[in-house]
Every structure is written in structure tokens, then in C-alpha cells.
Design a protein around this ligand. Sequence first.
Ligand SMILES: NC(=O)c1ccc[n+]([C@@H]2O[C@H](COP(=O)([O-])OP(=O)(O)OC[C@H]3O[C@@H](n4cnc5c(N)ncnc54)[C@H](O)[C@@H]3O)[C@@H](O)[C@H]2O)c1
Ligand SMILES: [Zn+2]
Length: 253
Amino acid sequence: MTPIEPDAALLDTVRSAERVVVFSGAGMSAESGVPTFRDALTGLWARFDPTELATPQAWERDPDLVWAWYEWRAAMVRRVAPNAGHRAVADWARSAQLTVVTQNVDDLHERAGSAVAAHLHGSLYAPRCGGCTRPAELDDDRFDGMAEPAERMTPPSCVHCGAAVRPGAVWFGEPLPDAAWATAADAAENCDLMVVVGTSGVVYPAAELPLRAVRAGATVVEVNPQRTDLTDAVTHSWRVTAAEALPILAAVR
Ligand SMILES: NC(=O)c1ccc[n+]([C@@H]2O[C@H](COP(=O)([O-])OP(=O)(O)OC[C@H]3O[C@@H](n4cnc5c(N)ncnc54)[C@H](O)[C@@H]3O)[C@@H](O)[C@H]2O)c1
Ligand SMILES: [Zn+2]
């Protein structure tokens, strides 16, 4: 038996599951080259703490800094590709009723072919007006040649009201989008199997979803090379990466 082989009880559960939820966090995209919040950021951004850039206070204090950081991340994600884990989730949805709920602001699930039911923390590709909240339609050409991060970039102005356009991500301290949360909570409470991939389980209320699934009687499998705050609560903890585990789970028949 190879170390990455799951146990037989887990395989049986996967085989018989009718409603599956894949709940992903930053570790899902790590093997695509997108750093998690806990990876040290390099270069120009090394001296900033991402958890301090992703706040309403940071935006108030220094919108040009915050806008530049999100623009750089959006450009960086454009240059990477979905990994075998993202592709396996899309394949799995062809043979099971599968709902993808993600905390990620990237679009790698979508680019692998999944329909994402809930982007709990918003999206790098949905900037909106910070005043009137209308979506801002910005040209993706702006990412071309944005290889190196700029330290400051003035956010564009809303074409409707002139206020600054803000990133489409949910910041620490902000409420989650109502519709995304309702969809995610409903999926968590009505699944037989939840696969929790690459999340440290410290950001609430998102981290509540696996707990709700456990309480509703689902089997909850954690896929993460490290122990997390959710480890003691889940049914199985599998110490492997997303790109190792998901192709195995998706291939179970
Ligand atoms: N790609 C993205 O969109 C992205 C990137 C960074 C942060 N974020 C945001 O950061 C917040 C932090 O929460 P989080 O729990 O998602 O991320 P996190 O950074 O707190 O935790 C990442 C987890 O992934 C695990 N991990 C690392 N490599 C992995 C791999 N190859 N396979 C499986 N697991 C792996 C780590 O052990 C860790 O537990 C979220 O709100 C999210 O919106 C998003
Ligand atoms: Zn506006």
C-alpha cells in the first residue's frame, strides 16, 4: 500500500456518496503556484502581511497599495493553470452530484471546467464600485505585461458615480455574500460526503461548513498535508496534497 492510498472505508463512502461537496481553500491552488496566505510572500510584497492588506481599514488608509496588490494577484493567477486536483473535481462532477464551494478568489476551478456554486470570499475578477457597488467592467488586457508587481496603482473610477473601484474579494471583517453563504450552508447540510481540501480552518464563518456537515451526518474527509484546526472534528484526515488525492477520489467507481 502506498502512503497516499486512502483506507478502504473511505473508498466505500466515496463509492456510495450521492451528494458530494468539495470545499476548497488556498491549498487547492498551491500546486498551481498560487501562494497560500501562510506561504511567505517574496520580493516587493515580502514586507506586507496579506492579512493586513485584505481589510477595509487597509483600503481606507491606502487604496493605491491595496488595489496594486489585488491587481498583481489577479495577473499572477492569469499566468498559472489549474492543477490535477482542479481537473479531477471537474471530472468527478460528471459521475456524481457534486457542488463546489470555495474560499478561493482565483478562477482555477472554473478554468478546469467546474461550475462553482459559491465563491464565499468573492473573486479577483469581479471588481465593483466602492460607492454605488455596481460591477466595474475593466479590460483584462491590463494584465498583459504585469509580470512584476507595482507598489501602488490608483484604482479606476466608477463610470456611474465616480467613486473608486474596489477589489471583488471579501476582506477580513466583512460579511460573506448572502447568496453564496446560503448556497454553501445548504450544500453542507444536505450532502453525504464533504471533501475539505487545502484549508487551514481558521477563517470563520467558512470553517463552520465542515462542522455543519459533520453535525448533519455526512462523512467529512480532510485533504491536507498538515494537521489543521478541523482535523479533530472531521471523519477522516488524509495527509496528501490536492493534486494527489482528488484524482484518486474522482476515479473511485
Ligand atoms: N488561491 C486563492 O484564491 C487564495 C490564496 C491565498 C489566500 N486566499 C484566502 O485566504 C484565506 C485563508 O484561508 P484558507 O484556509 O483558504 O488558506 P490558508 O492559507 O489559511 O491555508 C492553506 C492550507 O492549505 C494547506 N495546503 C498547502 N498546500 C496544499 C496542497 N498542495 N494540497 C492541499 N492542502 C495544502 C496548508 O497546510 C493549509 O492548511 C481564505 O479566505 C482565502 O480567501 C485565497
Ligand atoms: Zn459607482
